[in-house]
Design a binder for this molecule. Structure first.
Ligand code: F6P
Length: 367
């Protein structure tokens, strides 16, 4: 008999609920108790935020977006901003309290579902003595040591569907449509959706872009009697002279800048340089919403099952990962070392170039 606690941290991603579903059902069948900590580590600090989960509580949730436990991107327990009586903000470390409560509540293991930020926190707790198992979540697909994170496939499908819809309006008005997609400092969503959605130009953070190359592609389209173009730009894309685009730190307690603005900037440059009617849109949080695709559901359910196996085997401070189709444990420390980037030599990059998609640079080997 074991007592497990599950938490979801960072930005939500389609498939979170499927992991919870899987963990709750499997543990119940083993006679283990499962609890959910609300809003990240909320349940460790406030007992009202710790909920017992039975199969009836998770009925049908494998197909829903979001997380029934709630999540937060500003809840680092090792550096929590708190307002003191004088109204000043102080950074407080509440990790000892959380560990104490974890032990007091008699938990055997914490299954932390999250991206690199949440897994970094989980790893720090593991170093303090908390038995932790990580489950890789993020629409950005930027976690090392796993071929895929759940949420990515759904985000790509949403972005691709949006691109499909933009073709008809762009064509009807002979316009350039610039679409900014998420992905932080990695270009996975932009590349996968851009290729699948018939983009003329795809700009990803891994390849600093040159507006001359972008505009040349648009003009080239004109010469070939194609009077509209679709440009997909990743929110973290940077110009070749190092300009990046963000909206500052946002809410108190956030540890990451809010990226955004590159799409509008690219659109205005195209307008200036080509005289084409150009519009831009930001797909934003639409990419995080909705029901997980079959791929993401299955992956999330498998991750949940693999995580429970690791609890049984006591393989702590590890994350479940998908490698070459199978579930394997990898040290959390390895998964969070750096963010996974698109590989220049990958077949997807090659395919994009072969099709004639401009990636914002001078195509290698072409004068
Ligand atoms: O990491 C997921 C993600 O959606 C990124 O693609 C994006 O940059 C970020 O989260 C947005 O975060 P928030 O919802 O906190 O603004």
């Amino acid at each position: 008999m074991k007592k497990i606690v599950v938490s979801t941290g960072g930005g939500d991603a389609p498939g979170l609920n499927a992991v919870i579903y899987s963990v709750v059902h499997i543990c119940y069948r083993k006679g283990w108790e499962v609890y959910g900590s609300k809003n990240g580590y909320g349940g460790f600090l406030d007992i009202d935020e710790m909920v017992r989960l039975y199969p009836r509580d998770v009925e049908g949730i494998y197909s829903t977006g979001g997380t029934i436990l709630g999540s937060t991107s500003k809840g680092n327990p090792f550096a929590r901003p708190v307002q003191n009586l004088a109204g000043e903000i102080q950074i407080v470390d509440v990790s000892d309290k959380i560990l104490r409560n974890f032990n007091r509540m008699g938990f055997d293991c914490h299954i932390a579902i999250g991206g690199d930020g949440s897994l970094d926190i989980a790893h720090k707790f593991a170093l303090k003595g908390m038995p932790v198992i990580g489950v890789p979540k993020t629409i950005d697909n930027d976690l090392e040591e796993t071929d895929r994170t759940f949420g990515f496939d759904t985000a790509v499908s949403t972005a691709t569907e949006a691109l499909d819809k933009l073709h008809s309006t762009a064509k009807s008005h002979n316009r350039v449509m610039v679409v900014e997609v998420m992905g932080r400092d990695s270009g996975w969503i932009a590349l996968y959706s851009g290729i699948s959605g018939g983009a003329d130009v795809i700009l990803i953070p891994e390849i600093p872009f040159d507006m001359e190359e972008v505009c040349e592609k648009i003009s080239d389209n004109e010469l070939h009697d194609k009077h509209y173009s679709i440009v997909v730009v990743a929110e973290g894309a940077v110009t070749k002279d190092g300009r990046n685009f963000n909206k500052g730190m946002g809410e108190l307690g956030r540890e990451e800048v809010i990226l955004g603005g590159v799409g509008e900037w690219v659109a205005s440059e195209i307008r200036k340089k080509t005289d084409k009617d150009t519009r831009s849109l930001v797909l934003g949080h639409l990419q995080r919403g909705g029901s997980p695709t079959t791929f993401d559901r299955l992956l999330a359910l498998r991750f949940g099952a693999a995580a429970v196996r690791l609890v049984q085997e006591k393989v702590f401070d590890h994350m479940v990962a998908l490698k070459n189709g199978i579930m394997v444990p990898v040290p959390i420390a390895d998964a969070i070392k750096r963010r996974k980037k698109v590989d220049f030599s990958s077949d997807k990059i090659r395919t994009a170039r072969d099709i004639g998609i401009c990636l914002g640079d001078k195509e290698p080997g072409v004068e």
